[in-house]
Design a protein around this ligand. Structure first.
Ligand code: ATP
Ligand code: MG
Length: 559
């Protein structure tokens, strides 16, 4: 009997561990799906590049004009990293080549070369030739099998130097006459002369996308010059689209191009704004069956990235890293069997039962801090502060908020009443409210009892706007800061510093450039301003669980 009970419990254990394995496996698959959507290579099905309407228009107008006329031409696309150049150019070239398939002699063929993969700048010509030769083998009408139409040329087998150029010109249909005229022109400008022999006209247009084109910069710029010149030769059926980060590559590196009759068309990609990054991320995540990120986490990563780089790739990296952080925390929490504060969203139910990982604001702060915040001097400085000073900064941030987020800046000098009128409003404050706000240190003169920080803020807000909503000011006085700091100390059960120690700590923070500290006859009346972004304080405190809970940053994220 004993044996059969044992067998039963063994089989129950096996079943439950199998169920656990299956659910872990399902969970891992879901995470993988989210990660694949966040991968840079992922393209939302059927989606067009967002927020790039102007660039799409410029690119397709020029491309279509060249393709319809059957003439070569060139474009140069520039912009900072992660601004969608590669994605947009490929999307436009793909669409134009498809649309023009019936309108031209043969369907235009798109080629794609990443210049980073070239052994030397000169190797680009052999690659191009390989692509043009491959294009000549394709049927005149494109196959509609959904495959990527771009030819990725190989290194080619041609000999190097002038013979490649000769073959390339011939394959592209550049006439001997034009080529010689071009060679003469270059010689008259002191350029290198290459032997050129014209060839048979190629039947179809080639659109060659040369990504990371700055890799072709050589000492005398001959490679770039020859490339752009090639596309201008009469009869040449090459439309060249160069992509690189440098905004003024053609102007700075190739002044000689200005002499060409058909200069490259320049298209610039500006950095994305926070709203654009947010929209791009939402577009990607829309293909997932459920929400993965808390909306505030999305807003935060968009805002932080827009303020640093506007690079969509950094947004994707931060989101992927935040998922890893949540998963790691969930594993640790499950192992310790006690929920952590980061996991409020992720631990409402056991991880296995949740539809997808849900990433809140704390893991996102942590991932941004790891990926983007490490380089910021202010963030590193706050990370290295003693906890008491970190708390003081939190108190200052809660009272003052982001100076940059406020529209009106009050001057640093001024009487207390003028200072108090700088509460983000134009309505003058009543004398009683001014008094209520100017306490903190026990000065004994008309000091009312201390009230808590949120109450003070709501008083400030009520007094200034007549509404009950929380509104931050541009500065506070040391007395207020001390009071707010003491409230936080109580919250985290720290022994608060004495007023004189708070003054000294604030002076240190001011010396470090994190706070501004004005002069006043009375110590408690010294004016305090915040000299760093609240979100940067949050980034720095991403790993300090206890203290970061003292920081209120919702307003900054939503602003
Ligand atoms: N407008 C957009 N719509 C959708 N996704 C975008 C858009 N812009 C950028 N992305 C995404 O951001 C990532 C980076 O884009 P892309 O590679 O095109 O940038 P880039 O400007 O070429 O950067 P780099 O200069 O570093 O090469 C890609 O995963 C891309 O899908
Ligand atoms: Mg690119």
């Amino acid at each position: 009997m004993q044996r059969s009970t044992d067998t039963l419990s063994d089989s129950k254990q096996v079943t439950s561990s199998r169920a656990q394995d299956t659910s872990h496996c399902r969970q891992a698959k879901k995470r993988l799906r989210v990660k694949s959507v966040l991968h840079t290579s992922y393209a939302p099905p059927g989606a067009r590049p967002l927020s790039r309407e102007e660039q799409v228009q410029g690119l397709s107008d020029h491309l279509r004009a060249c393709l319809l006329a059957g003439e070569g031409g060139s474009l140069y696309v520039s912009g900072l990293p992660g601004t969608g150049k590669t994605l947009t150019v490929h999307a436009v070239v793909r669409a134009c080549c498809q649309d023009m398939a019936g309108a031209t002699e043969g369907a235009p063929v798109p080629l794609s070369i990443n210049c980073m993969t070239l052994a030397a700048p000169q190797a680009v010509f052999a690659r191009l030739l390989d692509g043009v030769q491959a294009a000549a083998q394709l049927p005149l009408k494109p196959q509609s099998d959904g495959a990527d139409p771009f030819i990725q040329p190989g290194a080619g087998s041609s000999a190097g130097g002038d013979s490649v150029m000769r073959e390339l010109r011939a394959a592209l249909g550049a006439t001997q006459q034009d080529a010689l005229a071009d060679a003469d022109r270059r010689q008259s400008m002191g350029g290198r002369r290459s032997s050129i022999v014209g060839g048979k006209r190629s039947k179809r247009m080639i659109v060659a996308v040369l990504d990371e084109m700055d890799q072709l910069i050589s000492q005398d710029q001959s490679v770039l010059y020859e490339l752009f010149t090639l596309a201008t030769l009469k009869g040449c059926r090459l439309v060249l689209v160069g992509i690189a980060n440098s905004i003024d590559l053609t102007a700075r590196v190739l002044p000689r191009l200005q002499l060409l009759a058909r200069r490259p068309q320049l298209i610039t990609f500006p950095s994305y704004s926070a709203a654009q990054l947010e929209a791009l991320l939402h577009q990607r995540l829309a293909s997932l069956p459920g929400p993965v990120f808390h909306p505030q986490a999305i807003r935060l990563v968009a805002k932080k990235t827009a303020s640093r780089s506007g690079d969509m790739r950094q947004v994707l990296d931060a989101c992927a890293a935040a998922i890893d952080i949540v998963v790691q925390q969930a594993t640790e929490t499950a192992a310790a069997a006690e929920p952590g504060d980061d996991m409020t969203e992720s631990t409402e139910a056991p991880l296995e039962q949740k539809p997808l990982v849900r990433v809140g604001i704390h893991p996102m702060f942590k991932s941004i801090s790891q990926l983007q915040g490490g380089g910021s001097t202010a963030v590193l400085a706050v990370k290295g502060l003693p906890p008491q000073q970190q708390l003081l900064l939190c108190a200052a941030a809660n009272l003052i908020g982001d100076a940059s987020a406020n529209s009106v800046q009050t001057p640093l000098k001024g009487t207390p009443s003028r200072r108090l009128s700088g509460l983000g409003c134009s309505t003058p404050m009543s004398a009683s409210n001014k008094r209520r706000l100017s306490f903190g240190f026990s000065d004994g003169v008309g000091t009312p009892g201390r009230i808590n920080m949120s109450r003070r803020l709501s008083i400030a807000s009520d007094a200034s706007t007549g509404s009950g909503s929380l509104q931050r000011k541009h500065d506070c006085i040391l007395g207020e800061l001390h009071s707010a700091y003491e409230d936080l100390c109580k919250k985290v059960a720290f022994k608060a510093l004495a007023p004189s120690e708070v003054s000294a700590a604030c002076s240190t923070l001011a010396d470090m450039g994190l706070l501004g500290l004005g002069h006043a006859r009375e110590e408690r009346q010294r004016r305090v301003t915040l000299r760093m972004a609240v979100a940067d304080i949050a980034l720095a405190l991403a790993d300090a669980r206890l203290i970061r809970g003292c920081l209120t940053y919702d307003d900054e994220i939503n602003a």
